[in-house]
Design a protein around this ligand. Sequence first.
Ligand code: NAD
Length: 297
Amino acid sequence: MGKIGFIGLGIMGVPMAKNLIAAGYSLVVFDIVNEAVEKLEAAGAERGSSPADVASKAGDIIITMLPNSPQVTEVVLGANGLMDGCRSGQVVVDMSSIAPLISRGLGEALAGRGVEMIDAPVSGGQEKAEKGTLAIMAGGKPETFERVKDVLAKMGASVSLVGELGAGQITKLVNQMIVGVNIAVIAEGMSLAKKSGVDPRKVYEAIRKGLAGSQCLEDKAPRMFEGRYDPGFRVALHIKDYWNVLETSRSVGSAAPLSAQVAEMMIALAGEGRDTLDHGALGLYYEKLNGVNLKEI
Ligand code: NAD
């Protein structure tokens, strides 16, 4: 299949690309930050000079792992973008979390050059990216998915084809909606416990094996009790996902009142300069709202 192209070497892209090298694939990589590229060169990857250069040096598959829709659009359609270097038969796999409508539009543009596209956003964060145990949710043609799924499996514990192009992004938005509201209601409930004179830690222990138990509760409640809000998944990224949730909900006429509320809470946190904290920092939002301290025993 030749070299795999990999563009976007940030918190997630670096460990994902390194896992591909560890699995025996050769890579040609690009990022606008030089130090990011150096990390991959040290691991044995070739440096590309632009997305177009990566496309022309890559074999069948080019992966992108970028912040949001504008960056993916720039890398695909911009000057020296993938469109300038790609050739018929290649597959672009966008693993960034972006707006589903943008994903579909880029797919159409690439199809005009005979290039297929798969959207394959991930859930799991830096630790799972390092361990190669991400949850990968894909959209695209089944026959195109077949061509890339073994490569994706080197980065994820689960790789699911959910539907047509854009379905992976929709799935990721649903994931972010469920996670955001979960974290908010954990903070809301623990505030009630505290304010009522009941120890939130004991509430957590009492409910965690019941119906209210969840991976969110396991990960975020202890963080709130310790005041530990190092990321993890940053508030700024969750706000970005919420814009995509609300824009997509409006475009299909699906009401999302809970998402709109939690988005506002996260925007308030960002307004206080807390956008680089973990999204579990909704605990801080509720501490301020209710005048409680969840860390106090
Ligand atoms: P990041 O900001 O750490 O990395 C993005 C990389 O893209 C950076 O190295 C940046 O220099 C590069 N970049 C930006 N514009 C570029 C351009 N025009 N050309 C080439 N490179 C460019 O972000 P991340 O945390 O790695 O996240 C990437 C994506 O994965 C996002 O969509 C995010 O929402 C999603 N995601 C992140 C996490 C997480 O825990 N960090 C978890 C799941 C999904």
